[in-house]
Ligand binder design. Structure first.
Ligand SMILES: [Zn+2]
Ligand SMILES: [Zn+2]
Length: 280
């Protein structure tokens, strides 16, 4: 008789002085109403998390994200239609999204971008690249119109993404969420003044080049995120993620940069507040 070894239940990291989860999905973490949003945020606060940006990646999820942002003052929202679902960006959805982005608690347009991984792995269910690019350009104009930052999802699409982003209207702030690209792309992004947000995969053993990239981002352009419920950092890779665990990634980033984790956590939070235009 063989038994699968049970996965260890993740325990919260040692609390940081402060840290901000710049990209998470509260609804996918099970926060479907105001009480469950507050419960997740209370757990996170005990680990030093002062705030999160929760992301809706379809029109329904975007509406939920905005509701969460209205339910708890520690939560702000980003709204968009995910690149893999770009074919769902109908005229009606564009009108509804515009209404969400106009709300003060929506602080970014995202996640939008390009994703060729799912085009390869699920061609039937994924918007083709041309449709994704058209949607990205529409979101880019929407962000510029409302003066809010653009939050980018990029999976195996570096070259096309950097080409499209080069056309961004002057003054648009760009944030690359779950940054996972090679070092040369990181340096080009830094050169363009983008924010780079690192998530749990930067703690994975094989991702040495990603750690090198994280060490090279200027202190005022680096962010940390969970992208929960996925991408749980080591030592709990594979477990279900939530904002509580962002400190593991923040501590790893502090280590590769050779800085004090508490001071670095404060810098990460300051960057997130500047990016999202928060006074909290
Ligand atoms: Zn993403
Ligand atoms: Zn995400």
């Amino acid at each position: 008789m063989s038994r699968k070894k049970p996965r260890p239940t993740p325990v919260p990291p040692e609390p940081l002085a402060e840290v901000f989860d710049a990209h998470t999905h509260l609804a996918s973490c099970g926060a479907g109403d105001a009480a469950s949003v507050r419960a997740i945020m209370d757990r996170a606060a005990a680990a030093g998390v002062s705030g999160v940006c929760t992301v809706g990646d379809g029109i329904g999820e975007a509406e939920l994200a905005l509701e969460a942002a209205h339910a708890d003052e520690r939560v702000v929202a980003a709204c968009a239609v995910h690149p893999t679902k770009a074919h769902e960006l109908t005229d009606d959805v564009r009108t509804r999204l515009r209404g969400l982005v106009a709300d003060d608690r929506c602080v970014a347009v995202g996640e939008t971008g390009l994703d060729t991984y799912w085009i390869t792995h699920d061609p039937e269910g994924t918007a083709p690249l041309g449709v994704q690019e058209e949607a990205l350009r529409w979101h880019m104009d929407l962000a510029a119109e409302f003066g809010k930052p653009l939050m980018i999802h990029n999976r195996e699409a570096d070259e096309d993404l950097m080409r499209v982003l080069a056309d961004a209207p002057a003054g648009l702030t760009v944030m690359l969420h779950c940054f996972s690209s090679p070092l040369d792309v990181a340096l080009e992004a830094v050169d363009r003044g983008y924010y780079l947000s690192f998530c749990g995969n930067v703690t994975f053993k094989r991702n040495e080049e990603l750690r090198q990239a994280a060490a090279r981002v200027p202190e005022d352009r680096i962010l940390v995120e969970t992208d929960a419920p996925y991408m749980t950092p080591e030592p709990f890779r594979g477990a279900r993620n939530e904002p509580t665990f962002v400190g593991y990634t923040a501590r790893l980033l502090a280590e590769v940069r050779g800085v004090d984790p508490d001071e670095f956590g404060v810098a990460l939070s300051r960057n997130a507040r500047r990016l999202y235009g928060l006074t909290m």
